[in-house]
Design a protein around this ligand. Sequence first.
Ligand SMILES: *Cc1c(COP(=O)(O)O)cnc(C)c1O
Length: 375
Amino acid sequence: MKAKEQIYSLKAYKPGKPIEEVKRELGLTSVTKLASNENPFGCAPAVKEAVLDELEQVSIYPDGYAAEVRTKLSEYLAVKPEQILFGNGSDEVIEMFCRTFLSSESNTVMATPTFPQYKHNSVIEGAKIVEVPLLDDGKHDLDKMLQAINEDTKIVWLCTPNNPTGRYITEEELVSFMEQVPSHVLVGCDEAYREYVVANDYPDTIALQRQYPNLVIFRTFSKAFGLASLRIGYGVAHEDLMKVVEPVREPFNTSRVSQRAAITALDHLDFIETCRERNREGMLLYENFCKQHQLDYYPSQGNFILIDFKTSQGDEVFHYLLTKGYIVRSGNALGFPTCVRITVGSKEQNEGIIHLLSDWLKRKGIHPKTEAASE
Ligand SMILES: *Cc1c(COP(=O)(O)O)cnc(C)c1O
């Protein structure tokens, strides 16, 4: 039995260590996971009630077209209902676009390092992958990405804020990019962290989409909305484009529970606002910590921060924090071997990590600037 050639180059997704396993192995009673950019504040309380209520109907198939949440979301975004495609997480929306547009005759352009699912799904379709290294500041090299486009290019992927650097593409940069991209090329803008963004020059991509019919926006309820385990995300594009992709969608790809949760989450947007503010407060704590210890970091508009420990390996910092009960993400697997990526948590969690990291640096002979000055 032989599978498609390209499948053999893939690795199965390796999830982070489960909390229970870490507890058992290290004999810890409390373990905090800040490795997958989940919302440390959970979801809006009303969502839980709605989910419990919806459980009454688990034996009935969901509405595959997700009409109710579609109407709600289309009003929230001010787009036509037909412009939305729901997926089992935005991961699946990305997959559906790859299935629809990519083949061995085409290529697709993306940054590196970036979110791995663009490449993963493109490889499965047999497309040629063109990876353009990020600039030193962690931003997309949009000029080089433009140069990489040719007549066989089907999709260009932009991750903004980029996972794992947290850097974003400004409105001016995106407009200039869209002006130069040939109209036969789809531009996929992954905005999984858009609800966390506070930068004033972050683009209103929904408005830009009206101007550029080749722009596709991917968003999710997994991050700021706090619904990661329920699996619901969506794409927004021109209705003619969505008409092409829609038949690729599995009939019941989002569940009754996830749809109901998304509807309820959209009724409680004050929760998102609070999370955004608290995320910013946490981000400031980390930024100040980095500045004090003269550590480089990538200024992030997401709910995570990539910190460079320069002389130490990310794995070393990761293991140290693990033994203390915090699971973060080593930069090693993310293309940044001397970094760790930390999800911004609750105030208590952030202070806990910063305290541990300060201790660790002290043992390495790295003292905060303020202390050094008073010595
Ligand atoms: C988390 C994440 C997603 C996917 O999330 P889903 O849970 O599948 O909706 C997509 N893109 C980026 C950049 C992410 O970090």
